[in-house]
Unconditional design. Structure first.
Length: 324
């Protein structure tokens, strides 16, 4: 009887040991490649930052984080694809101001971004930069405003798509300066630059990472940044607000997932991104492209997206623009 009892206790101990040694399914995440959808073309600012972060996360998580470019509709095609995917952590969305702007700019979206996604992590804060063709006469923001008013309707500005911060920064500038310019949307700023360089389109209020690359290459000329003060990585470039008081358009980059994604998976991803933003080498790379790392909890990032959605709603109404 004692032997049976001992064997039973031993068997129970082994069984319990097996259960305790077996982690829950989410603890093994990720067990296969993760797909990270971005709404803009390869070579643009979102793509540049996504690939920097994806490489770090791939090394950290032990599975490849694959960046997929799903261009079009101001990033809404990528957002819809992510929202309609399985909420298992294997499809993520690169989140930027376009997602906050689209909520009020687009009148017929097939989703509600705040309702249908869950925040995962914040990556960085960044500004936009007003850059112009080298063939464009104005050399300062004030000269640009004066030239624009003297040539109404004859100046065109590029954007990375309807509803992006690149588009809305220009719309806000138009309203605040009474400049009459024509909008020419592209499927990403990288695609727009050849036309800006050739002066087919005169300017763009692009995200700083790709704008800086073009300025450093001597392809275009910087007139100002859209942050309320001069941006740390480009201190010699004036803030547009120095000429147009109150002008401001500061953006953010982060990650969201489809609603219903397990909290444990979100925690794993948030922790990994937080660790990435403490890595001096990765921080240096983000700084090189003009970003300021901004680690946050998922809840803090969710509040930021909600606040930005409300902020841009007011700008959309103020500018009087919409997309069907």
């Amino acid at each position: 009887m004692l032997r049976i009892l001992r064997n039973g206790v031993f068997g129970l101990a082994v069984l319990l040991g097996l259960f305790s040694a077996t982690p829950p399914a989410s603890a093994a995440y990720p067990e296969r490649p993760v797909h990270w959808l971005i709404g803009f073309a390869a070579g643009g600012p979102v793509d540049i930052v996504a690939r920097i972060m994806a490489q770090w996360l791939s090394d950290r998580l032990g599975q490849q984080v694959i960046v997929e470019n799903r261009t079009g509709s101001g990033g809404n095609i990528a957002a819809a694809a992510a929202i309609n995917s399985a909420p298992d952590g294997y499809t993520l969305l690169f989140v930027a101001p376009n997602n906050a702007i689209s909520t009020s700019l687009y009148k017929k979206l097939p989703f509600d971004f705040l309702r249908d996604t869950v925040p995962v992590a914040s990556i960085m804060q960044l500004t936009n930069m007003l850059v112009v063709s080298n063939a464009f006469p104005p050399k300062t923001v004030q000269e640009f405003i004066d030239y624009c008013k003297a040539n109404p309707g004859k100046i065109s500005f590029a954007s990375s798509g309807n509803g992006t911060s690149v588009h809305m920064s220009a719309e806000l500038f138009k309203v605040m300066t009474k400049c009459d310019m024509v909008h020419v949307p592209y499927r990403g700023s990288a695609i727009a630059f050849p036309d800006i360089i050739s002066n087919k389109v005169q300017l763009i209020f692009d995200n700083l990472p790709s704008a800086m690359e073009q300025v450093k290459g001597g392809n275009v000329r910087a007139l100002g940044v859209t942050s309320p003060q001069r941006w740390p990585s480009v201190p010699d470039v004036p803030a547009i607000a120095e000429t147009v008081p109150g002008f401001e358009s500061v953006g953010f980059y982060g990650i969201s997932a489809p609603k219903g994604t397990p909290p444990e998976v979100i925690e794993i991803l948030n922790k990994a991104v937080g660790e990435a933003l403490k890595d001096p080498k990765l921080v240096a790379r983000l700084t090189e492209v003009g970003g300021i790392p901004k680690p946050m909890t998922s809840a803090e990032f969710g509040k930021l997206v909600a606040d930005e959605t409300e902020k841009w709603r007011k700008v959309v109404e103020f500018a009087g623009v919409s997309v069907d």
